[in-house]
Design a protein around this ligand. Sequence first.
Ligand code: MN
Ligand code: MN
Length: 309
Amino acid sequence: MEEQDMISAENLATIKEVGKASADAMLHAANLVKPGARLLDVAESAEKFLKERGFGLAFPINLSVNAEAAHYTPSFSDERRFAEGDIVKVDFGAERNGLLGDGAITVDLSGKMQGMIDAAEAALDSAIAAVRHGVSVCDIGKAIASSIESAGYLPIKNLGGHGIKEHDLHAELFIPNYDNGDFTILEEGMVVAIEPFVTTASGKGMVVEADTCEIYTYANDVTVRSPEARALLVEISKSYSKEPFAVRWLSGLVQSKFRLYAAISELARAGALDPSPTLVEAGGKAVAQAEAQLLVTKDGCEIITRARL
Ligand code: MN
Ligand code: MN
């Protein structure tokens, strides 16, 4: 393994603090997810929770509802509220010194979807049991899929886990939620996230991009035509040059919501920003997610982030 892949003792201590704070923030948010609560209020409360404890944010909190699997975060004037019958994925992480937390839990407001959530958590348990130095990512995927399928559900095949490095939430390694035949191995010292996504047997087991996009990542400094987009890019490169950001975090910088989205779109088209659009189940079916962050060790793993309701 390359020397830079190994985590130093100092960084290990920090990432454990980051991981604990991430789990605490997820639970804080999950406890606010109730029928009638505004998504925006939950998002702002959870982000404030980490900032008050001296952490940055690894990414804007994701509050993805029902068939939304990932990447929904409220807009700045968002009036959406949780409803009875919703199934809500809370995916969040803290940041300190470029070290990133990442984890997720699912909240059932329907009283009917706990089975699917349990299937996601059991699949994550199976994956964690398989993780050690030298295991291939397809073997982890196989453990995840067989656990989910034995419970009568489907894994989402085009979402999965990933490596995590400094300022790099999705480092190159991909950990599938099924046996994809990839024999890339996990090595001692790697930090990874594993995230089974589960849908009903009548779903497609795939996600597609929706029209909404509230999360972007700074990519390049480019020259754009409109002065508003130019000014916005200066601010983004100053405040959010490393980790993904929410459009709502920029709401004070542009006169109107319409002009803010126009400027963001111009920057994305020009290649200054990478979009992370909301991802929805292709068959429109409900999705559950469980996610933990792990440090791979010689004989197993150490859990960095995991929240359980
Ligand atoms: Mn996540
Ligand atoms: Mn992740």
